[in-house]
Design a protein around this ligand. Structure first.
Ligand code: 26V
Length: 836
């Protein structure tokens, strides 16, 4: 990092005040020299380092500051003046934002990547090197959190004025290590070196109450409720600007951090209890300490409920204040505010808004309810019964006594109305009730979110249909206009332009640079699906990506894989319904077949797995161990050398996804039909030219409709068939009897072929599969194995494979989250995007 240009005049270089460029115009002030000066000034005056001593992280921070400055100019234009206020804003409430790294995101959206590369290279610094110095912001578990991040990018890109609201966890999702094949969880510390993207606003804070009691006071003969919380925490704002494509719009991600209020500190200090005061403070501030690391399984802990209420209350107080400043009257809230609830995690917002409107701002019940219903909408992300959130009534009464009163009243009114329309239908009443009486009394957050929302959406066509038929069947009967479908999408800026620049430049050459603004332009590519020149370029680009992934596999696992082999990837949270086990069984089957006939002309393949298991999910952790056990045996067996490799890459996160996805040939989307709400990895992989092997589940169904039956490998039971099998009581023994291959595979695993150090390790797993195969792994095995053979048949014919791959990329433009957000804006929020 030497070869530094002549010293600069620090004063002149320091945070130059720029005229903000008019929306949409390229920033006139951006050139290499200027950015270089700005980065050096930041390095010197914000980081406090000289170029000679700066580490890659210092350079990253300096560059991030320089880039951030350019975003802030536009941010201020978008947010500064009350006169300039938008007609309507969207507030996206989510306990999770799985963001990843931001440097390339910002550079790419500002069209500054190459300028920055040159500027840094003139300083002897490699942009790609400092890119990896940025920690991943992993404030989410998986699909739901990543969707929130893609949506933030799309709202800023198509010009939907929006705030994302969430929690600024000190510790994001745990880091996964693999020791001796077992998952280990280690704490994650993304903030330990500071976060150059955020602005702390200690002056923006709201009191958040917990516990205590409710008082009724009479004001001019009107009864009013006053909640007297036992303790109060402060929610403090940290803002991150979210810059959209071409820097046209900048929105805000506002994350709340918990701070002990003066009350807590002073009382105990005054009692002379110094240690006790600080201990209280630690306890109170633990609210924003850590992300709940569970996915699709409920977390019954009180701290989780505190987190939910904490960020909901901070966010609602904040937006109510903003609305009053801008428009003066809360009766018009729904005209200017749309609040989207990302799953039920923020569902407590329904009674909280009612409380604020009535108890604090004096609206009556009917007015408040009308505003509430018109303001909220709710997205459901899972139908798995174990993931449907509910809280014990006693816990809610203790922590949120006023909210519980409001919930009871909403419930009574809803049940009354339902009783009038369907007299005597007790089943219906029990199913729509906000209180579940069947296993202890619990508040059902799904019913609460539904009842308080004017629109409820599923995240794929199939999922939305199943919502209507299952969890919300009766609520849907009562409110048939509420459930709508909004099939998920992904931001192509991150998952194509940033992750796969090689493919992106080929696409720009093939269909024109307009594709960056309008992904539907990819369609034009379908007309070139058999173009051999195009195939060659695509094969080269894919190969380069596979070489890069092979290097990661070699560096991290010391496994050598052949970049010319088929890269078969399954990357997602580890969960039984996602059926990584099915993939492992097929791996063992093909391993057995290769050993039995080593001389056959096998096509070389690499099975790549990555994903985290919830720390308490024993079965999922055992499946990780099995993948690693199989990997160890297979990778060290000379008979299959060069033909089959298995790699479980540790610590799957956004950054690792950005390396794996561009290098994939085959995308495994093999969940039990009816169980994956949508999936979004399926979209990312298809966009990057991987072919899908998958069940008719979630958005796979729509991907199949877009790419065509010939360009996807569909297998297995349909959701209806799964339902029917389960109703009849599925017996795995019949499937195993019928398939000698499956029997052999299960026996070898059961008998310790892959676990010689502990031959009984997988006995329980296999016996459990035979006794109650909840996810129908055995039922789909043969069909899956046959589908894999179809894959290899096509893979042998490289021109036919490439044709299918091109068609995949060409036809998935519809899965852009810009399209998804435009649909939300139109159908649910009633906002008109500024740039669409
Ligand atoms: C539940 C819980 C329970 C408490 C602890 C923390 C926690 C975190 C998440 C969840 C529910 C997760 C639901 C989810 O991620 N669903 C996924 O949503 C994706 C975006 O819509 C979709 O593509 C996936 O199919 C769906 O599984």
């Amino acid at each position: 990092m030497n070869d530094v240009p002549t010293p600069i005049d620090p004063e002149a270089a320091r945070r130059p005040v720029r005229e903000a460029a008019p929306a949409g115009a390229p920033d006139p002030g951006v050139d290499v020299k200027r950015l270089q000066k700005e980065i050096l000034a930041e390095l010197t005056y914000s980081v406090g380092r000289s170029p000679e001593t700066a580490s890659p992280r210092d350079w990253f921070v300096a560059t991030a500051y320089a880039v951030r400055d350019r975003i802030v100019d536009r941010w201020i234009v978008d947010h500064a003046s009350k006169e300039n206020k938008p007609e309507k804003r969207v507030y996206y409430l989510s306990l999770e934002f799985l963001i990843g790294r931001l440097l390339f995101d910002a550079l790419n959206n500002l069209n500054l990547t190459e300028v920055a590369r040159e500027a840094l290279s003139g300083l002897g610094v490699d942009l790609d090197r400092i890119r990896t110095a940025e920690p991943d912001a992993a404030l989410g578990n998986g699909g739901l959190g990543r969707l929130a991040a893609c949506f933030m990018d799309s709202m800023a890109s198509i010009g939907v004025p929006a705030f994302g609201y969430g929690i600024r966890y000190d510790h994001g999702l745990f880091r996964q290590g693999i020791r001796d094949g077992w998952q280990q969880e280690y704490p994650e510390d993304w903030l330990s070196f500071g976060n150059p993207w955020e602005f702390a606003h200690p002056e923006i804070d709201y009191p958040i109450g917990f516990g205590g009691y409710v008082e009724q006071v009479s004001e001019g003969g009107v009864a009013r409720h006053v909640w007297r919380p036992a303790e109060t925490v402060e929610a403090v704002a940290f803002d991150t600007p979210v810059v959209g494509w071409r820097g046209r719009h900048v929105n805000t991600l506002r994350l709340w951090s918990a701070r002990a209020g003066d009350q807590i500190k002073l009382e105990a200090f005054n009692r002379g209890d110094y240690v006790g005061a600080l201990a209280d403070r630690v306890r109170v501030e633990s609210i924003s300490r850590v992300l709940y690391p569970s996915d699709e399984t409920p977390a019954g802990q009180e701290l989780r409920l505190r987190q939910e209420y904490f960020f909901v209350s901070g966010s609602l107080q904040d937006l109510v204040r903003r609305h009053l400043e801008e428009w003066g009257d809360l009766r018009s809230l729904a005209d200017h505010v749309a609040i989207q609830l990302n799953d039920t995690h923020p569902a407590i917002a329904v009674p909280e808004l009612m409380r604020l409107l009535m108890d604090v701002h004096g609206l009556d019940w009917d007015e408040a309810w009308k505003v509430t219903l018109a303001t909220f909408s709710y997205t459901n992300h899972t139908l798995l019964p174990e993931a449907l959130e509910s809280w014990p009534v006693p816990l809610m009464e203790r922590l949120l006594p006023r909210h519980m009163q409001i919930i009871y009243l909403i419930n009574a009114l809803e049940l009354d109305a339902a009783r009038k329309r369907h007299p005597g239908d007790d089943g219906l009443l029990a199913s729509i009730s906000l209180i579940d009486e069947s296993n202890g009394r619990r508040v059902r957050m799904g019913q609460l979110a539904f009842t308080g929302s004017h629109k409820i959406n599923g995240v794929s066509a199939l999922h939305t249909e199943l919502m209507k038929q299952t969890v919300f069947r009766d609520l849907h009967r009562l409110h048939p206009d509420r459930i709508v479908n909004k099939t998920n999408g992904i931001t192509f800026r991150r998952w194509l332009s940033q992750a796969n620049p090689g493919l992106t430049s080929i696409l720009i050459d093939a269909v024109g640079p307009e594709v960056l603004d309008d992904p539907m332009r990819l369609e034009k590519l379908a007309g070139m699906a058999t173009d051999s020149g195009l195939h060659e370029r695509l094969i080269d680009a894919k190969r380069a990506n596979k070489v890069a992934l092979a290097k990661v596999i070699s560096d991290r696992l010391d496994i050598q894989v052949d970049p010319d082999a088929l890269f078969d990837v399954q990357i997602k949270r580890i969960h039984e319904y996602k059926r990584q086990l099915l993939n492992i069984l097929e791996t063992v089957a093909i391993y057995n077949a290769m050993r039995a006939q080593p001389m056959r002309a096998w096509m070389p393949r690499v099975k790549i797995f990555a994903g985290k298991a919830a720390a308490s999910y024993h079965q999922a952790k055992l499946i990780i161990k099995l993948a690693n056990d199989v990997a160890r045996v297979v990778n060290s067996d000379p008979t299959v050398r060069g033909l089959l490799k298995v790699a479980f890459l540790p610590n799957y996160n956004v950054s690792l996804a950005e390396i794996i996805i561009p290098a994939a040939d085959l995308s495994e989307q093999i969940s039990t039909a009816g169980m994956e709400a949508s999936g979004t990895g399926n979209m990312k992989l298809a966009l990057n030219g991987a072919l899908t092997i998958g069940t008719l589940d979630g958005a796979n169904v729509e991907i199949k409709e877009h790419v065509g039956d010939d360009n996807i490998f569909i297998f297995g039971l349909t959701a209806q068939e799964v339902e029917a099998r389960k109703r009849r009581g599925y017996d795995a023994h019949a499937a195993v009897e019928a398939s000698s291959m499956l029997r052999e595979v299960l026996e070898s695993i059961r008998n310790g072929v892959f676990s010689p150090d502990d031959p009984n390790r997988y006995r329980g797993l296999i016996d459990g599969l035979l006794a109650h195969d909840t996810f129908l792994v055995t039922a789909d095995f043969d069909a899956y194995f046959a589908a894999q053979r179809r894959v290899y048949k096509l893979w042998r014919d490289r021109a036919a494979w490439m044709k299918a791959s091109v068609v995949n990329t060409a036809r998935v433009g519809w899965f852009s989250s810009d399209r998804t957000i435009a649909e939300y804006a139109d159908d649910i929020w009633g906002v008109t995007p500024a740039s669409r």
